[in-house]
Structure formats: structure tokens, C-alpha cells
Ligand binder design. Structure first.
Ligand SMILES: Cc1ncc(COP(=O)(O)O)c(C=O)c1O
Length: 420
């Protein structure tokens, strides 16, 4: 078996026969001419995907943002890869692991729309962003800009470089309900000084689900000689975009979120001309400053997870990126449109469909978010997470492709009762 064939044959063995995916693929094929927006409302169609998950009956899971646990066909595939690699042992690792990983990077590059030479597989967003944050050549007095809504441990990484190198981090705040892209771009623009080197910005803010105008922020920043690092933890395989169109300098994401890979898979994109400006954190010996391997080495790691990324991409492509995005946005709008105007309800996510997708955040005035999350669970058997930070007061609601509108009716009913 040659190196490429190992990946191909193991992938084929699962998708199709063992996993019963052929039938599913043909259902999806039969809907190929239905437009994604109409299909988004077809509960019967989406129930075929729901059937592929083993769901706990204890509660309605509306906390998929942390981890989009994997459907059965992908779980089978993952286990199959573990068995294969355990069987082949060092033989696999010596002869196939490097070329297989390169093939997965190539496939992933086509999902996010960039060159494979600018992409690396990592273990998560934290690792991806820390490679850039801790690896850049900082000077004392260099300035950075970021929103207080950015993810906690990523902000901590910036506090680390402040302590270590004397970098000055300037905090801004992104409004939950902006009226235009320009309003957001100006927030970052107004914080730039001649010492600003880097902006950190989320593609989609994890606590509210607001999608930010990354291209416009990048264009504005580049005109002023400032680089942009994008935290795309929740973006990849949630809504469609093209990395090259974003025009950012660095981008990190977690694939165990919306791509539904096993835990511990991420990606890092670095624009070619920015690669030499990063010192590696883990040293693998690659000297070429224009090779991603120089900065993304991680030593021996779970190769079966890497192989499953390939299957997760097949699964994602079978659902169809646009169909998935439309369904997730439909689900979010299904419940938000039913509660947005209710007294005491605080919707912390923009209504404009281009500014949000599956994730939204809702609060009830006077009800602390932690208590709200507890009441959701205790009284209505709904699992969410309470957020009370950075001008966001409410519970994050994250459905997944298996979520039904009937489940969201329970959510709407709960919100009506709790806010009454
Ligand atoms: C915006 C954002 N950035 C970074 C992370 C960290 O992701 P991970 O723990 O997968 O590295 C998360 C996790 O939820 C996140 O929401």
C-alpha cells in the first residue's frame, strides 16, 4: 500500500459501508437542487442527520459551542483509525504519518480557502494563537489592540507578553448590537497609534455569536501598517468564508468545535510573508523560514485524530457548507425572532443575518446569567452556559445540526415563562 492509499482506503472503508453513509449521501444528493434556505426549514430532512447522533435524554443540549461532539459515523471512523494505527504501530508512524498529515492539510486548505503551504494542523485555537502571540519578536513599548469580549485565555496570552516584553495591550469594547461595519472598524481604528503592531479580533465573538467584519478591519489595519490576528475558534465549518478573501495575517481555529472532529484538533494559518517573523515555541529543527513546519512542530501526537479530520471534512461536505450554515442560522432566527421583542428579554446578538449564524445570547433583566442557566436546567431541562462579563449578560445558546425546532420551542417557552 502506498502512503496516499493508506489514507484513502481507510477513509473509504468507513464512509459508505460500515457507517451506512451511502444511504445518507443519496438523501443529500436527492436534495441537491433544493436551495439551502428552503432546505433549512425541512425538519424531516434534518432529522436524518439527527439520527446519526446518540443524544442524552437528560436534557436538551444547547451548549454545543464548547465541543460539537461527533456523530456516530465519524466516531466509528475515529475508532477505526485508532485500531489501524495501533495495529501498524511504528510502521505506520515511520512510513505514512507524515504524508497522511500533509494530505489532510491539503484537504483542510481547500475547506478554508488558502494555500496548503500557509496552513498547519494544531491541537486547538489556543495553541494556534499562542504560536503567534508568544512567538512574535516583541519590543518593549509595542502596542496591541483587542476587545474585552475576546476569549479569556487568549487575553491571558497577551498579558503574558506584557509581563515578559513590556508590550502594552489596549482594550476596546465591541457593542453587542452595532449599527454598521464602520462602527466596529472605527473602534479599532481609533485605538491605533504609531506603536501599534497587532490587532486581535474574533471572527465570531464566542459569548454573543456576533460575526465581525474581518476584511474591513484587516484593510483598515494594513493601511496603517498593523497586522491582524483572527480568533476563528467558532468560524470554521460553522459559516462559509475564504481565508484569502479575509486578507488577515494570522488565523487560528478549533476543529473540534464546528467541524466535529475528535477533541484536540485545530488549524493555524499564517500569511507566507509573516512566517519568518515568528519564533517557534516547540522546536522541530525545520530551518526554512517559509515552512509552516518550523513553527507548528508538536512532536509525536495522536495521528488518528489527524486522520479523522479528513473524514470530518467528507462529512461536512456531504451535508454541504451552505446547507449547514443556512440551517444553523435558521435555527438561531427561529427562536430569537420569537422572543426578541418580549419585555425584559435582552438579545445580545445582532438581528442582521450577516452579523450572526448559529450562536446567540439572551439575557433576562434582573436575572443573573448563572441563575438563568440553572433555571434552564432545573425547570426546563435545557443545557446552556451563563455569561456575565464584558458587557454581555445572558446565556449563550448554541444549537447544532441535530437540534430540532421542537427543542427550540421548549427554549422559547422557558424564556417566556422566566421573563414573565
Ligand atoms: C473565541 C475562542 N477562542 C479560543 C478558544 C479556545 O479554544 P480551545 O480550547 O479549543 O483552544 C475558545 C473556546 O471556546 C473560544 O471560544
Amino acid at each position: 500500500m502506498n502512503k496516499r492509499n493508506f489514507l484513502k482506503t481507510t477513509a473509504m472503508a468507513g464512509i459508505g459501508s460500515v457507517m451506512g453513509m451511502d444511504a445518507l449521501a443519496s438523501i443529500f444528493q436527492s436534495k441537491s437542487t433544493t436551495d439551502p434556505l428552503s432546505l433549512a426549514q425541512d425538519e424531516k430532512f434534518w432529522s436524518t442527520i439527527r439520527d446519526q447522533y446518540i443524544l442524552k435524554s437528560d436534557y436538551i443540549n444547547l451548549e454545543n459551542g464548547y465541543y460539537n461532539f461527533i456523530p456516530q459515523p465519524l466516531l466509528d471512523k475515529f475508532i477505526e483509525h485508532i485500531k489501524h494505527i495501533n495495529y501498524h504501530g511504528s510502521w505506520y508512524m515511520r512510513n505514512f504519518s507524515v504524508s497522511d498529515k500533509a494530505a489532510v492539510v491539503e484537504k483542510l486548505a481547500s475547506v478554508v480557502g488558502c494555500s496548503a503551504s500557509e496552513l498547519a494542523i494544531t491541537r486547538n485555537t489556543t495553541e494556534s494563537l499562542d504560536i503567534v502571540i508568544a512567538g512574535k519578536h516583541w519590543q518593549s513599548g509595542d502596542e496591541t489592540i483587542m476587545g474585552e469580549q475576546e476569549y479569556g485565555t487568549i487575553l491571558a496570552a497577551f498579558r503574558h507578553i506584557a509581563d515578559r516584553y513590556g508590550v502594552i495591550n489596549k482594550m476596546v469594547s465591541v457593542p453587542n448590537l452595532p449599527s454598521s461595519d464602520e462602527e466596529i472598524v472605527d473602534i479599532y481604528k481609533n485605538a491605533i497609534t504609531p506603536k501599534t503592531k497587532l490587532i486581535l479580533v474574533s471572527h465570531i465573538i464566542n459569548i454573543t455569536g456576533q460575526i465581525l467584519p474581518i476584511r474591513k478591519i484587516c484593510d483598515m489595519a494594513h493601511q496603517r501598517g498593523v497586522e491582524v490576528l483572527v480568533d476563528g475558534a467558532h468560524a470554521v465549518a460553522h459559516f462559509t468564508f475564504n481565508m484569502n478573501d479575509l486578507n488577515c495575517d494570522y488565523y487560528g481555529s478549533s476543529l473540534h468545535k464546528w467541524l466535529s472532529t475528535p477533541l484536540g484538533a485545530g488549524l493555524l494559518y499564517v500569511k507566507k510573508d509573516k512566517m519568518p517573523g515568528i519564533w517557534p515555541l516547540i522546536i522541530g529543527g525545520e530551518k526554512d523560514p517559509f515552512k509552516m513546519q518550523r513553527i507548528s512542530h508538536m512532536g509525536t501526537h495522536p495521528a488518528h485524530t489527524t486522520l479523522t479530520i479528513s473524514d470530518a471534512i467528507d462529512y461536512y461536505n456531504m451535508i454541504g457548507p451552505e446547507r449547514k450554515e443556512s440551517r444553523l442560522r435558521y435555527l438561531q432566527q427561529y427562536w430569537t425572532s420569537r422572543v426578541r421583542k418580549l419585555p425584559k428579554i435582552l438579545l445580545n446578538t445582532p438581528e442582521d443575518p450577516k452579523r450572526s449564524c448559529g450562536i446567540a445570547n439572551v439575557g433576562i433583566s434582573g436575572l443573573p446569567p448563572k441563575d438563568m442557566a440553572k433555571r434552564f436546567m432545573d425547570e426546563f431541562k435545557i443545557f446552556t452556559v451563563g455569561i456575565d462579563t464584558a458587557n454581555v449578560y445572558g446565556c449563550r445558546i448554541t444549537p447544532n445540526v441535530y437540534t430540532t425546532t421542537a427543542e427550540l420551542d421548549v427554549l422559547v417557552d422557558a424564556l417566556k415563562k422566566m421573563s414573565a
